[in-house]
Write a protein that binds this ligand. Structure first.
Ligand code: HAM
Length: 417
């Protein structure tokens, strides 16, 4: 075993998988750019205070952050998610509202690695700042939904909830705290620990022994104000108008503290229940204020790239494809001709590859076949002397032809068209 390997929960993404990743992000970019979103590229590293605001009572912030003191004595952290960075950027740059942005890239959480759960994982996401309209919530959810459909996924389920206004949520948490404390003996040990930190998160427990207590717990819908109820009903009617199926899941609390009103998760039907959220998001109207900005509505989602691709594998959609070139240059005269011709081809916008180390004709033809090229240009000493090359179609029954050197480019273009 080599001395150095990737750290636990971190992976090398190799070709052709990396090509699929790029295509994933490109497809997402197309989907959201067509809806008026511009790209934001925040740094990977922020002052740790930015993330403290997103959830002082969450595992993501208290246990899983990669943080350290930098050489300038600043306490910084690798981002565990990007919503907080987007809000920090909003406060810093004061763009016109509504500010609609999308992002992609890696995030870091010190979690227990397993299939679908990594310490470095990629997300794509959108955020909209500066609008409170419930139909915006619907637009945001619909963009996520459309993207999954565009990948070809069929088994995606939308779970929807509302956490109401902060005051509704606060009263709900107090009621939950009291209920779980009264029933503490019936909770699992893990949930007892969770309760000490955040009663809401107990609802998230998937342990069978907690099931009965959770089923009897107070429900958030009993605490909604009229405004919160109306917001939630409007979101639901908007989703119905777009024919987007959803289930209301009152246990959906999400792993971050900043949510109010709408929360949602996209659940992959083929994945194990512990890691089946392929995306999630919601409204976080207080976060910009918490980061020192004006009162500003905000909503967005992030989709997990790694997990969504696992779902794609399970459903046999959006497969990785081998990259290929159009032309392979086989040169048995030492390689200088191949050097010049591949350069000319690439300058003309034609993808091309070649072999090195002056391999035998047989070995170069094998490489040509593997490269996926449609045409091989074959150069031997006879051809160099005659100033002409052989063009051999690799993927059709067409006959090979001999082309004068000065007609090479036009012949190749014609053969590829
Ligand atoms: P989140 O639910 O923590 O939300 O993460 C969103 C998605 O990222 C998850 O549904 C999952 O697919 C993926 N994910 C999270 N952790 C891991 C991991 N350790 N390994 C693999 N995939 C993972 C957020 O991050 C919020 N910022 C979403 C948001 C945007 N809310 C409002 N705007």
């Amino acid at each position: 075993m080599p001395e150095f390997q990737t750290s636990p929960g971190m992976r090398d993404i190799l070709p052709p998988e990396s090509t699929r990743w790029r295509r994933f992000v490109a497809t997402f970019a197309e989907t959201v750019t067509a809806a008026g979103y511009g790209q934001i590229i925040p740094p990977l590293l922020e002052d740790i205070g930015v993330f403290h605001r997103v959830g002082e009572a969450t595992d993501i912030v208290t246990k899983e952050m990669y943080d350290f003191i930098d050489k300038g004595q600043r306490h910084v952290a690798l981002r565990p998610e990007q919503t907080a960075s987007v809000c920090r950027a909003f406060v810093q740059h004061r763009p016109a509202t509504p500010w609609k942005v999308w992002y992609s890239g890696p995030n870091f959480r010190y979690e227990r690695p397993q299939r679908g759960r990594y310490r470095q994982f990629d997300q794509v996401g959108i955020e909209v700042l500066g609008a409170n309209d419930p139909y915006l919530d619907v637009e945001v959810i619909a963009l996520g939904w459309n993207f999954f459909k565009r990948l070809g996924l069929r088994q995606v389920h939308l779970h929807l909830n509302s956490l109401g206004e902060p005051e509704n949520r606060q009263r709900f948490v107090t009621a939950l705290q009291a209920y779980f404390t009264d029933n503490i003996e019936r909770l699992s040990d893990a949930s007892k620990t969770t309760l000490a930190k955040n009663a809401l998160r107990v609802l998230d427990s998937k342990r069978p022994e907690d099931g009965e207590v959770i089923a009897g717990a107070p429900k958030i819908s009993e605490f909604y104000s009229d405004a919160a109820r109306l917001h939630f009903e409007t979101v639901q009617s908007g989703l119905q108008a777009l024919d987007i199926p959803f289930v209301v899941n009152e246990k959906l609390v999400r792993g971050l503290d900043y949510y109010r009103h709408t929360t949602f998760e996209f659940v992959g039907g083929t994945l194990d229940s512990a890691q089946n959220a392929i995306g999630g998001g919601g409204r976080y109207d207080g976060l910009v204020e918490d980061l020192g900005g004006p009162a500003t509505g905000g909503i967005g989602f992030a989709l997990g790239l790694d997990r969504t691709l696992l779902a794609c594998d399970d459903e046999s959609v959006f497969a990785a494809t081998q990259t290929s070139v159009d032309v392979f240059v086989v040169d048995t005269t030492g390689g200088l001709e191949a050097l010049v011709i591949t350069q000319q081809l690439r300058e003309a916008g034609i993808s091309s590859d070649r072999s090195f180390e002056n391999r035998s004709m047989k070995s170069q033809m094998k490489a040509a076949d593997k490269s996926g090229a449609k045409i091989a240009i074959i150069i031997g000493s006879d051809e160099v002397e005659a100033q002409s090359f052989v063009l051999r179609p690799l993927r059709s029954e067409d006959q090979q032809s001999t082309i004068p050197r000065n007609e090479l480019m036009t012949s190749i273009m014609k053969a590829l068209s």
